[in-house]
Design a protein around this ligand. Structure first.
Ligand SMILES: [Zn+2]
Ligand SMILES: [Zn+2]
Length: 100
């Protein structure tokens, strides 16, 4: 797989652990992209198309959340963990600062 090979070239200052995690992330992004392309080719409507979260849950694309930084799509439960706080915590913060 050319894509992963190119992405796997170690850069200076990058540890092997970082590279492993980075390669795994790229593989997930690649698989999720392939999932959407395969469905588009098969004529599946975008509203009924699905993506598989790294946790294994397969959900409608419209119910998934893509990380702005790593490009991975997450289900609502994994998104809260990945983005660092629950929606409940976020709402509480807004109320504390008077923005809700
Ligand atoms: Zn991310
Ligand atoms: Zn998930």
């Amino acid at each position: 797989m050319n894509f992963i090979f190119v992405a796997g070239i170690p850069r200076s200052g990058t540890t092997m652990v970082d590279m492993k995690e980075r390669n795994e992330t790229l593989l997930i992004v690649y698989r999720q992209h392939k999932e959407t392309v395969d469905q588009a080719v098969a004529g599946v409507d975008v509203r009924t198309a699905t993506i598989t979260c790294p946790c294994g849950r397969q959900r409608a694309v419209v119910k998934m959340y893509q990380c702005l930084y790593c490009g991975v799509w997450f289900c609502e439960w994994c998104a809260e963990a990945h983005f660092g706080k629950t929606r409940k915590q976020h709402l509480a913060e807004l109320q504390e600062t008077g923005h809700a």
